[in-house]
Design a protein around this ligand. Structure first.
Ligand code: NAD
Ligand code: MG
Length: 389
């Protein structure tokens, strides 16, 4: 890339979110390296318009069809193509005119466009972990068949990915995912039963979208990340460990067969893994604050409290059982977190909804993509039926 100045063309799916806006900060700071080809958003039409006017993509998608006219009126005169609705995501993912998809939609909705990108052999910078939780086997197999590199953006997985560079011939003994523990580290059920939305949204180390913030508070996020790691790095479930590391300086580790451990470290700032994934294999110079060992007196580690944060156990069980169970877990969790964010259920009810849904939905050992869609729908319907509690 050095002399040619061929800019990488980015398709940013979920541009109005926490990852999306931070990705645009990275792109803005490195306008010599990147340009924006596609932007998509679900409902925040004003921000999408503002972003499109600044970055002049070829096309945008607004998910909410009621907002199509407004977005079209604002952007068509600038020569920007405007699409609306759920099917449009897959349509623009099919464009030949981008180099890298940054998959930063939250939840199951990210699966279809991401699958389209890997089936076209595109580079995918993957933030949308739910895609791999739901259908990781199919997504990674499709990526492999089409030589589509999947570069993780999730900080733990970016860390593992970086630890694995140069180790292609060396088998992994274990991957150790670090977890901050979230805002309720050390709390017990008698406290958690009264926790409300605003409390759960205050994460100590990271500022993130609402859904992943709740998932971090329940530790479901770490369970989803174990499943994500399994597919990204082709691991057995028993090769993935979780350790609580409240300072979030070590982003994750890999232990090799000689017992040697590699860690990737730095201040917690999602811009770093985002920029790494977009720039890969090149590291891009920046002026982010540098971690200084002399000023940081301790890094600590502890075992997760599996008795209190039972979502993590449910996720591990779903991973071990395999088949459609992680997909069911994810769907029930999306519904339960949505209900919690609307103050319809309590914090501990999230676990109850997920657990009951996992018990209810029929197990499928080797699901097809259609099976995953069906399991997702069934699990959502059942979880929603439990919300009248
Ligand atoms: P967010 O809620 O802030 O943003 C989500 C984006 O997806 C928005 O642009 C929104 O318009 C779009 N979107 C939401 N629902 C949609 C739908 N049904 N169809 C199409 N688009 C839709 O979320 P976020 O925190 O940016 O997280 C995005 C993804 O990245 C998640 O999968 C999350 O787990 C993962 N991730 C986030 C962080 C973080 O720091 N925020 C860190 C690691 C991984
Ligand atoms: Mg993470």
């Amino acid at each position: 890339m050095s002399n040619a100045q061929e800019k990488k063309r980015i398709a940013l799916f979920g541009s109005t979110g926490s990852i999306g806006t931070q990705a645009l900060d990275v792109i803005r700071s490195h306008a010599n390296l990147f340009e924006v080809e596609i932007l998509t958003a679900q409902s925040n039409d004003s921000l999408l318009i503002e972003q499109a006017l600044e970055f002049t993509p070829n096309a945008v998608v607004i998910g909410d069809e009621e907002k199509f006219e407004k977005v079209k009126n604002a952007l068509s005169p600038k020569g920007i193509k405007v699409f609306a609705g759920i099917d449009a995501l897959e349509e623009v993912a099919d464009f030949d005119t981008y180099d890298i998809m940054l998959a930063a939609i939250v939840g199951f909705a990210g699966l279809t466009p991401t699958l389209k990108a890997v089936s076209k052999g595109k580079i995918v910078a993957l933030a949308n972990k739910e895609t791999l939780v739901v259908a990781g086997d199919i997504v990674m197999k499709t990526a492999l068949e089409n030589r589509a590199p999947v570069i993780p953006v999730d900080s733990e997985h970016s860390a593992v990915f970086q630890c694995l560079l140069g180790e292609a011939r060396n088998p992994i003994e274990k991957v150790i995912l670090t977890a901050s523990g979230g805002p309720f580290l050390g709390k017990k059920p008698n406290f958690l039963v009264n926790v409300k939305r605003d409390h759960a949204l205050q994460h100590p180390n990271w500022s993130m979208g609402a859904k992943i913030s709740v998932d971090s508070a329940t530790l479901m996020n770490k369970g989803l990340e174990m499943i994500e790691a399994r597919w990204l790095f082709n691991l057995r479930p028993d090769q993935i460990d979780v350790i609580i590391h409240p300072q979030s300086i070590i982003h994750s580790m890999v232990m090799f067969e000689d017992g040697s451990i590699k860690a990737q470290m730095g201040f917690p700032d999602m811009k770093l893994p985002i920029q790494y994934a977009l720039g890969f294999p090149q590291r891009i110079q920046n002026d982010f604050p540098r971690f200084n060992f002399k000023k940081f007196n301790e890094l600590t580690f502890e075992e997760p409290d599996y008795k209190t944060f039972r979502n993590l156990v449910l996720a591990i069980e779903a991973m071990q059982k395999g088949g459609n169970m992680p997909c069911v877990l994810n769907a029930a969790n999306e519904i339960a977190v949505w209900a919690f964010l609307k103050n319809r259920i309590g914090f501990l009810d999230i676990t109850a909804v997920v657990e009951k849904t996992l018990e209810k939905i029929t197990f499928i050992q080797q699901p097809t993509l259609d099976d995953y869609f069906e399991s997702d729908g069934e699990a959502r319907n059942f979880a929603a039926s439990l919300l009248r509690m």
